[in-house]
Design a protein around this ligand. Sequence first.
Ligand code: FES
Length: 302
Amino acid sequence: MNEKDGRVELKLESGHTVTAGHAVIATNSPIHDLVALHTKQAPYRTYAMGFEIETGKLDDALYWDTQDPYHYVRLTSGEDGKDIVIVGGEDHKTGEADDADARFAALTSWAKTLIPDLGPERYRWSGQVMDTLDYCGFIGREAGSKRVLVSTGDSGQGITHGVVASLLIPDLILGRENEFAAVYDPDRKPIKAASTYVSENITAVKNFAEYLAPGELSSIDELKPGQGAIVRPGISKIAAYRTEKGEVIEKSAACTHLGCHLHWNSFEECWDCPCHGSHFAPDGSVLNAPAIGPLADVEASS
Ligand code: FES
């Protein structure tokens, strides 16, 4: 993507070029910026469950605590006179744990203690949030750019931030005043966040050291159906996955964004990148930005 002659020029994978007055990058995690914004936000895996409850047993509100990891409760309508209580939280930095069952057990226990009328579990899932240094989204003109705007860093408040972006970005493009521009400015310098900045960026430093460590399994033969693991048959690390039919898929363990070392996520069955939150399917295809390309092929080792 280039800015020239008062236009933005985007080159597509198909080989076509699109030019426009402005470009808005709203890909959850920005795909055009290799470094700057990624050092100011960090990916967290978050868990959620849905439990039945008799309608009227819990007031419709958003509840949350201040523990670390935190928890929240929301209510939504279900079927047959029942509501669904959504209980979420138990977040951890992406790729730094692979213990979803323990996270769901902790959520269940927390919810049962606080909501005596909680009914049976109906749903469970996980997702990823991009937390900024001050938990306020980055919505606005990219630093140093006149014509490229971004919306990212939802910090678990995607619906609110989506509404903000829908109001703020048109104003910025059309040159209208908006009192929230400074609050969400992607180039703002959050006060009192320096220590958080340092600790969030240690992830990448720690991560590259993992390339020196041995693999998680001594041989691909140890992989069970449906399992993924890092193996090291030679000098390179391989992200290996065995399908339910027994076929083994071997890909490079290096994220195609900036090369961080991937971790297997056994609950979602995908490869997670702890550095900036890219996800890849077992076959290496990219599922989540900022990476845009699939994992590299490796020569099969078995
Ligand atoms: Fe940036 Fe993987 S997401 S290195």
